[in-house]
Design a protein around this ligand. Structure first.
Ligand code: SF4
Length: 337
């Protein structure tokens, strides 16, 4: 469908890092031809470093319709919406994009010219498979559904800078376990810094590896708790929260011997980078967003009220507390073996 005579396809990227990674095979397929990506400004570095010929228009929630003029000037023949929001459909409709492809959601059906039927109720099908249906509807030739990424040289250098060290040496001192105790979604996805710290120390200390705690500045309290938990159990731990952009984070994850994380963007990025990853689920559903890769261990307690998809919990976060440290350590050991 898209790109007759070099006319670009517009792809509205997801707003969450994890969803962007799950949609990566669609992004790669779209980038084979002329394409305009519209997505959060923070994702531009990840996309542009891999697809330098693509146009990237940075979108922000605060200025939802600021890109109208830029989209009109790009004159895309079609817009493929990887988001479910009304505002994303409205943006491309107002910009006059003639074909608008997406799932009917949030009362936006009338704004779409191609309403893609969902195979099942939302959140009951793997997100990656949902993206594939959208790519098929747009006529994109996708390969595998599973996202795969490799860190660029500059991302690895940025990671080394964040660690403040040379890379590539021999022995345990250059190896590390990444811990990501945050989740932008909310506390109902956060297993807790102390548990992460304890589990990471049990896996890292006997091997002489370090623990590296990553996240945004907002994750600092959980990171401090994770570092305290790890050091109390004999591991060397450093906190780089708030000191890595997406490129440095990608490089850090690519160099990790093991990643311990919540169901978050870090989980999806680590899985796509093919790093052994232990992921803890709380209020969300692993059927919808987990990675099926053999190097990922998904820990989900199947608590009676889960998945509820809440960001906070009024009844004590039992779904997260039901996953204990020993399970995470055992899963990590299994992956390392
Ligand atoms: S309501 Fe249940 S599933 Fe939801 S966050 Fe609380 S314990 Fe977890």
């Amino acid at each position: 469908m898209p790109a007759p005579g070099g006319v670009p396809l517009l792809v509205r990227l997801p707003n969450w890092l994890g969803d962007l990674v799950l949609a990566w095979p669609v992004v790669s397929a779209a980038a084979v031809g002329p394409v305009v990506f519209v997505g959060p400004a923070a994702f531009e570095t990840l996309v542009r470093s891999r697809f330098p010929r693509a146009t990237y228009l940075g979108w922000s929630r605060a200025r939802r319709y600021a890109l109208l003029g830029a989209i009109r000037r790009a004159r895309p023949c079609a817009a493929l919406l990887l988001t479910d929001s009304l505002s994303s459909a409205l943006l491309v409709a107002l910009a006059g994009v003639p074909q608008r492809i997406g799932y009917a959601a949030e009362g936006r059906s009338l704004l779409l010219t191609h309403r893609v039927p969902r195979p099942a109720p939302a959140r009951t099908t793997a997100r990656a498979a949902e993206y594939r249906r959208l790519a098929d509807a747009a006529g994109l030739a996708m390969g595998a559904v599973e996202p795969r990424l490799d860190a660029t040289e500059s991302e690895r250098r940025a990671a080394a800078g964040a660690l403040g060290e040379r890379r590539g040496g021999e022995g345990g001192a250059d190896r590390y376990v990444v811990v990501a105790p945050g989740a932008a979604y909310g506390p109902a996805k956060q297993w807790g810094g102390p548990r992460f710290g304890e589990a990471a120390a049990a896996l890292a200390a006997p091997r002489g590896w370090r623990v590296v705690v990553v996240g945004a500045s907002a994750d600092r309290p959980e990171a401090v708790a994770a570092v305290a938990g790890a050091t109390a159990r004999g591991a060397e731990a450093i906190d780089v929260t708030g000191r890595t952009d997406l490129g440095a984070l990608t490089g850090l994850l690519a160099g990790a011997s093991l990643v311990l994380t919540n169901d978050s963007g870090v989980m999806h990025l680590a899985a796509a980078l093919r790093r052994p990853t232990v992921a803890v689920f709380g209020s969300t559903n692993p059927v919808w967003t987990s990675s099926a890769a053999p190097w990922v261990a998904n820990l989900y307690a199947g608590y009676p009220c889960s998945p509820c998809y809440r960001r906070t919990c009024a009844i004590g976060y039992g779904c997260l507390r039901a996953v204990d440290v020993a399970q995470a350590v055992e899963a990590g050991e299994r992956l390392l073996a």
